[in-house]
Structures are given as structure tokens and as C-alpha cells.
Design a protein. Sequence first.
Length: 238
Amino acid sequence: MTAISDNLISIGQQIADARARFHAAQSVTLCAVSKAQSAQAIRTAFEAGQTIFGENYLQEALTKQAQLQDCAIAWHFIGPIQSNKTQPIARHFDWVHSVDRLKIAQRLSDARPPELAPLNICLQVNISEEASKSGASGQELLELALNIKQLPHLQLRGLMAIPAPCNDFEQQRDQFRQVRALFEQLNHHGLQLDTLSMGMSGDFTAAIAEGATLVRVGAAIFGVRPPKPQPDSVTEGN
């Protein structure tokens, strides 16, 4: 057993415990956030049974994807998206969690190869309204979702959020509860969303308590991330 495989077992148990503690009926998927991690670390996690990995930085991700072509990995893009990055993202990822503008969604749809399945999309909501973070406001979500729902090569699946860091469990729950309320409002308008991507290493238990169906965990799997300056994004996915 490696440290990574041990950590995956521990996180799986924590997810199961959280579901039991809060009587969570939803299933919860683990996305291993592998930004700044080596291809070998990802391979180790894959060999331990983890198949879903989240990347923030496009060029880094493409390099690792090329090194891991023999692994049946589902790649999720979870970082902010620049317009000039939409074509390779649309071609090389299965999911994108960080769509917050119609222009970006349109470009992803236009660039998605027709022979591939529709690209799974989550809308990023800036629930804390922090100027430093990407994401649509709650007031923008319905119109944005209805427009994206019409795009031909995308499958709108749900919402993603990165609330302001907080160590108080009840405050964590309150922030995630606000995201869930927006999710329910969209479904009330017939959008049939099924994914709430929220919760990271320090708060995924609170996220599960409030309905998260996908948690994004990096440091708790791979250890403390080495500092690595990146020119094409900002930090996400602790």
C-alpha cells in the first residue's frame, strides 16, 4: 500500500461516514484534484482505483494526459477558462466545472468534436461574491442555464462552487446550503440538473451534509502541493 492509496481509502471512509451521519440519500463521487502532481502520482491513484481526476492548468494537464493514455481516466477541468483555451479543453476533457459565461459555453460547444459524447458542464457560482473568484452571481444563473441548455454539444449537469474559506462547520454548511438552494431553483424551472460539485479537503463533510454529489479533493490525497507558479490560471481545489 502507498500513502496515496491509504489516503484514498481514508477519504472513501470519511465520505461514507458523512453520508451516514447526515442521512444523505445522494451518491457522492470523488474527484481527485491532481494539479501540480506528477503523472506518476496520478497513475498510483489510478492503480488504487481512482478514475476521476481534476486539473486546473491546461498545458500541464495535456502533458499528463499524453503520459497516461493507457489509463481509462475521466478528466475534469476545474480551473478558470480563458477564451483561447476553449478548443483544447473541449477536445480533451469529459467535464468542465468552471463555466460562468455564455461566450465560454458557446465556444466549448462549437469546439466539441461531434464524434465525442456531449461535454458535461457545471456552472460555477460565486456564492460568496468574492471579487478574486470566478463564477456567475445567483441572479445570473437561470438565464445562463437556460441559454446553455440549448447548445448542441454540451450537457448541462449542475453547479460548482468554491465558498470563502471558513473553519466553522455550521458556517460551511450555510454556504453550501445557499448553493443547494440555487440548484433546487434551477430544477424547479425544469432544468433536470443532477450534479452539485462542492466541497474540498477542508470542508467536504459539510458539503455532503448539504447535498454535494461530487467533492474535489487534492491535498488530502496527494499531500501538500509543491509550490508551482502557473501562468494560465489561479488556485482551486484544495
